[in-house]
Design a binder for this molecule. Structure first.
Ligand code: HEC
Length: 155
């Protein structure tokens, strides 16, 4: 009887720990922000890394757009794939854990949309189709910037 009570106690504690870890993974490491966005708490190194990726995103978006205008879909594909999922392979796991699930989902979806644009550009060779994909992809940039910002914190 006593052992059973201890067992239930252990199970309850484990469940609590699991819920806490799960909650933290969904929530990320965040603070409220007075501009109605969610501030993600990152250290200086992590913030610089994300902002560098962002500036690369802007360079890719401009390059892909110009290549589509010039009907050079091979170049559009090359530039788009550089901004695809491959670019994510050096992202530190410790930083990913701090990013809320909703933001990660938007981020990965944006990378996948670049990959999709790259493969369709080669397959279809249709500038209007690629242009529509880029227009749609850029709504992800807007959605994320509307909801999230980065706060630099000391660790
Ligand atoms: C998953 C979220 C997310 C997506 C998707 C996203 N961004 Fe960002 N971006 C951010 C955050 C967060 C910041 C920091 C904003 C702040 O702190 O005010 C940022 C900042 C930037 C900056 C400023 C960089 C600097 O040096 O200050 C640029 C440029 C930028 N993003 C471009 C883009 C472009 C272009 C796209 C789409 C192709 C994009 N971003 C998609 C989250 C995102």
């Amino acid at each position: 009887m006593r052992n059973l009570k201890i067992l239930w106690g252990v199970i309850a504690l484990l469940l609590l720990a699991l819920t806490t870890v799960g909650y933290k993974l969904v929530q990320g490491d965040v603070s409220p922000s007075e501009d109605n966005r969610i501030a993600v708490n990152l250290n200086k190194f992590e913030r610089n890394l994300v902002l560098k990726e962002m500036r690369n995103f802007l360079v890719s978006t401009q390059g892909v757009s110009e290549a589509i205008t010039n009907k050079d879909l091979k170049l559009a594909a090359k530039l788009a794939s550089e901004a695809g999922m491959d670019a994510e392979k050096n992202t530190p796991g410790s930083m990913l854990a701090k990013i809320p699930l909703a933001m990660k989902t938007l981020g990965f979806d944006t990378r996948q949309k670049f990959d999709q644009l790259a493969s369709d550009a080669v397959k279809l060779n249709d500038p209007t189709y690629s242009r529509n994909q880029l227009d749609l992809l850029m709504k992800n940039c807007i959605a994320c910037h509307t909801s999230f910002k980065i706060l630099e914190v000391n660790e």
